[in-house]
Design a protein around this ligand. Sequence first.
Ligand code: SDX
Length: 427
Amino acid sequence: MADKKAQLIIEGNAPVELPVLTGTVGPDVIDVRSLTATGRFTFDPGFMSTASCESKITYIDGDKGILLHRGYPIEQLAEQSDYLETCYLLLNGELPSKEEKAQFVSTIKNHTMVHEQLKTFFNGFRRDAHPMAIMCGVVGALSAFYHDSLDINNPQHREVSAMRLVAKMPTIAAMTYKYSMGQPMMYPRNDLNYAENFLHMMFNTPCEIKPISPVLAKAMDKIFILHADHEQNASTSTVRLAGSSGANPFACIAAGIAALWGPAHGGANEAVLAMLDEIGDVSNIDKFIAKAKDKNDPFKLMGFGHRVYKNRDPRATVMKQTCDEVLGELGITNDPQLELAMRLEEIALTDPYFKERNLYPNVDFYSGIILKAIGIPTSMFTVIFALARTVGWISHWKEMLSGPYKIGRPRQLYTGYEQRDLPANRD
Ligand code: SDX
């Protein structure tokens, strides 16, 4: 990183020199770590202008709509790779050789089962509990089952925890769905690939084992790839922050699941379908566009906008293509929600309010339509997102712990009372 400098001149004080750091690509950053010596902090609620860490995992160019995982464009990975190969890439930094891939797939396959006792955790939830509530609880509880691998300073422990999490998330996600349906939970099968196994555990029952549609399995695998990682988003930052205190990996991932649940983040895919249902018909679109523009109305166009992308989210483009492929393969023509979504996109993208603010469809806008076509219920959409994002979360957790790090502890601008005494003779 070149030794460029920035100067901060605070009235009446000597200029403060701050190093400017340059990455491989993307914006330079001003290293403000020495600023505390001036007795001042930076102030950046929502981290709109803050780089929280250095990372080599994912790069996003929001202006050009570029998303790279270890340098490879998301479009190429979605078309030419598969989810487990992408997991290997995110976790290890390079694509696996044939032998490394085979070994990785075998390791994952042999960690897909969960401890039989874990099933009892589900019984504490109502059958109609939101699946994300169950995911937060059950994934966090995994730390109670793996006392043999909770030393975060041990690289082998970090490695086996990463394998266990990538392997077990589909099993736990499917168990969450089966619990809500009152159906028996299905064991994973080692003769199926990752996406097939998930669909098997979701939709098969002990009474009937139907073959898994290769079209749906391929679409599921592509959806996993599109959700795998996304730089320092809210849930990944949550995982890093939890990890910085030395919390065990299962607790960190549970924290990430909780952060992802919000409708401004991973909960948006579920909210898009609810919004399309609320809009109901093309004739109502203008009313909802007006609501989205009304500052006094909390309504936002779900699946639109992004903190980083000020151009189309490249994942939304691939998702839309996949949507057309899956619906076409399934013979679903004129899907009313897809028609409505496409019309909504068309109208929104011609509206000055959206154009001025660079509000484009994001990864969540079309994903729900494909998930619904695959047969996934809306309440499970964010669970799918969490399942797929686990590899991104754990890759960032591993990256942080593999080098020097400090516990994350932001400061604040305090605007409360100055010191004051309690009133005397209080009764
Ligand atoms: C994900 O960070 C990631 O990488 C996340 C993610 C990942 O892979 O991890 O990509 C996944 O979370 C995608 C985003 C899913 N969320 C939604 O689709 C919910 C709807 N979108 C908005 O809530 C919003 O766009 C955010 C939260 C996504 C981004 O919010 P920002 O960056 O804080 O932007 P903002 O709220 O300051 O918006 C800027 C302006 C505001 O208007 P003004 O105050 O300038 O007049 O745009 C408006 C906002 O009101 N705006 C919207 C809007 N999104 C932003 N107006 C209407 N509808 C919207 N969807």
